[in-house]
Write a protein of this length. Structure first.
Length: 87
């Protein structure tokens, strides 16, 4: 994944401040379906996918107020670096 300039149209938030909303659908690689014997929702990211997910922090740095994800393991792993440390 390569960092590139990102421009998002601003929106007015509930507080009256300018905000941008991003729907992020990254292509982080998961462990191959072939040979995976667990539940599909438990299939994790591959080592390459974990690395690509980590690079999202560089591309999307700063100003993230909320992160939402599907409960599937690979989806959560993709956004964990953006969400930061959990409390």
């Amino acid at each position: 994944m390569t960092a590139s300039p990102l421009w998002l149209p601003p929106v007015i938030g509930a507080s009256g401040s300018l905000q941008s909303i991003v729907d992020l659908v990254p292509r982080a690689r998961s462990v191959a379906r072939e040979g995976w014997t667990g539940k599909e929702s438990a299939r994790p990211l591959s080592p390459q996918g974990l690395s690509r997910a980590g690079s999202l922090v560089t591309v999307m740095r700063g100003g993230i107020d909320a992160v939402r994800s599907s409960p599937a393991k690979r989806c959560v792993q993709t956004v964990e670096p953006l969400a930061g440390p959990s409390d």
